[in-house]
Design a protein around this ligand. Structure first.
Ligand code: AMP
Ligand code: ZN
Length: 112
């Protein structure tokens, strides 16, 4: 499958990986919107939140534990934001489930 994030998970494409285990990879977003902007993805290809199935529940729960760990590791003691865009209206540009971990500054709340 021609999926950018599968290729990042497989190391076919380089990225700045900050964490990896059997189930997920976390790497720096190439176009950061804040001092900390990481993407946490399952190694398994899942299109997005809209296609998560019963068998994926543990992976998704695990990713949230890793997000918590990475936020602590990044020193985001004053809070942070976790975003997953879904589909066209949600602004999902890459159809491989990913969670943005964003922080390191006071974030606004602007939608167009
Ligand atoms: P989304 O728009 O929610 O699908 O998020 C996709 C994110 O992937 C964007 O924030 C991009 O900046 C980021 N991105 C795209 N290509 C790469 C890459 N090769 N390495 C790291 N981040 C990337
Ligand atoms: Zn993929």
């Amino acid at each position: 499958m021609d999926c950018l994030f599968c290729k990042i998970a497989n190391k076919e494409i380089e990225s700045e990986v900050l964490f990896e285990d059997d189930y997920c990879v976390a790497f720096k977003d190439i176009n950061p919107v804040a001092p900390t902007h990481l993407l946490v993805i399952p190694k398994k290809h899942i299109d997005g939140i809209d296609t998560i199935n019963e068998l994926d529940k543990e992976i998704v729960a695990h990713i949230f534990m890793i997000i918590k760990l990475l936020a602590k590791r990044e020193g985001l003691n004053n809070g942070y934001r976790v975003i997953s865009n879904v589909g066209a209206d949600g602004g999902q540009s890459i159809r491989h489930l990913h969670f943005h971990l964003i922080g390191g500054k006071k974030l606004g709340w602007n939608f167009e």
